[in-house]
Design a protein around this ligand. Structure first.
Ligand code: LLP
Length: 407
């Protein structure tokens, strides 16, 4: 994203041209930005290590294809995310499957797809995987996802590593599974994993979790398991406003130092830090409205398109697509959804009038994937821009799509 003479561009295309051709709301991504962000990790890791992009951040098949071509592996949390990866041509030996509630069908699909690892999150899940593997007469490579009880200080909804969260195993469950798997020919414990949360700016928190899981991995090795991988999860943050962003270079170089004397391979599962800064959400100002001392810009994108502000009070930068010649005023940006919480930004100083276009910045991660049809609103189209070509990677929904499953 760059501005030239007051005009906003995605790669070589002025956003106003895309607005005129495709309308709004509209998600637009830059493939160069995704590539650069991916390479920040890929260029740092050793040949034997893996970047497994967290598909949940943005699961569009075209983005998965792009990342797969760059050599990325994938972290999935559902059978359908796994199927997306397979459809995108992903290397199945670079796919890890996380998540606390894997169903019978999902585990079966994962085993039959021969992926790198299923990350176990409970004793019950271990037993379920073992039973299905036996049925299929297969041996499955698994990881133990540990809950290291580390708080990260981001929004409470995106902390995952504290003791009372639903994610990961405590030490007791690890011992239990270690014992059970030693005598089970259908399960190999190949990795220890953790993911302590998201939007982390301090790399040291992730390193702390690495030290924690390495100790467990060493112990499991001592108990006879042939462990190869340490999976440190994702979580590095980006800069939405003035917070510090996490630095993949610092993280990976510290990881390499910590593991210098060992032969562990590393898996890292970044989502936000790969796609977050690559995407914008284009929206149009429908009306300007005054309410007491407040001034609203009523826009055509709502909390159904971008739920992060309503759900986490998240702050996304807003920019004019073209600099108008009106006075700058302070606005709250309100969407069309019938909820008081449908405010996508507050107190923003903007030069706008009705029919002007705005963009929300940094919505490439957890933007379109968290959108819904609330109020029977149609989900926006998505474009992927590469230099001066814009490709529709998801068409806009229509009314028939909306009611297709109800007839
Ligand atoms: N690995 C696992 C097991 C995860 O659960 C997640 C994210 C990631 C990797 C990727 O984390 P990242 O690098 O993107 O921080 N919807 C929230 C974020 C939820 C993150 C869930 N897990 C948001 O909009 O901020």
């Amino acid at each position: 994203m760059k501005t030239i003479d007051g005009q906003l561009f995605v790669e070589n295309i002025p956003v106003i041209e895309l607005a005129k051709e495709y309308g709004s709301p509209l998600f637009i991504y830059s493939s160069k930005e995704i590539e650069n962000n991916f390479l920040n990790y890929k260029n740092e890791i050793r040949d034997k290590d893996l970047v497994c992009y967290a598909v949940k951040a943005n699961s569009n098949i075209h983005i998965l294809k792009l990342l797969s071509h760059l050599g990325s592996g994938f972290d999935v949390v559902s059978g359908n995310e796994l199927q997306r990866c397979l459809l995108a041509g992903a290397d199945r030996k670079k796919i890890v499957f996380s998540g606390v509630a894997k169903s019978h069908e999902e585990i079966k699909l994962a085993i039959e797809s021969d992926i790198l690892s299923i990350n176990i999150e409970s004793v019950g899940e271990f037993q379920r995987i073992a039973a299905i593997a036996k049925e299929l007469n297969k041996t499955v490579n698994c990881a133990l996802r540990i809950n290291p009880d580390i708080k990260i200080g981001s929004h409470k909804y995106i902390e995952t590593g504290s003791k009372t969260s639903k994610f990961g195993l405590d030490k007791e469950s690890v011992s239990k599974i270690s014992e059970l798997s030693k005598s089970n020919e259908h399960i190999n414990i190949k990795a220890v994993a953790c993911h302590i949360g998201s939007q982390i700016s301090d790399e040291n928190l992730i390193l702390k979790s690495l030290i924690y899981i390495k100790e467990i991995a060493d112990q499991l090795k001592g108990e006879g398991h042939e462990l190869n991988f340490l999976d440190i999860g994702g979580g590095l943050g980006i800069q939405y406003k003035d917070e510090e962003k996490g630095d993949p270079k610092i993280l990976i170089s510290e990881v390499k130092t910590l593991l210098k004397e060992t032969d562990y391979q590393v898996i890292v599962e970044p989502g936000r830090s790969i796609v977050g800064t690559s995407g914008i959400l284009l929206t149009k100002v429908e009306y300007i409205k005054e309410a007491g001392e407040k001034k609203f810009a009523i826009i055509d994108a709502g909390m159904n398109d971008l739920i992060r502000p309503s759900l986490y009070e998240a702050w996304h930068k807003v920019r004019e697509v073209e600099e108008g010649d009106v006075e700058s005023e302070t606005y709250d940006l309100a969407g069309p959804v019938c909820e008081t919480g449908d405010i996508l930004a507050r107190d923003r100083s903007l030069k706008i009038q009705p029919n002007d276009y705005l963009v929300f910045m940094d919505v490439g991660a957890y933007g379109s994937v968290m959108s819904s049809n609330y109020n029977s609103r149609l989900k926006p189209a998505e474009l992927l821009v590469t230099k001066d070509v814009a490709k529709v990677i998801k068409r806009k929904e229509n009314f028939e799509d909306l009611i297709a499953l109800e007839s």
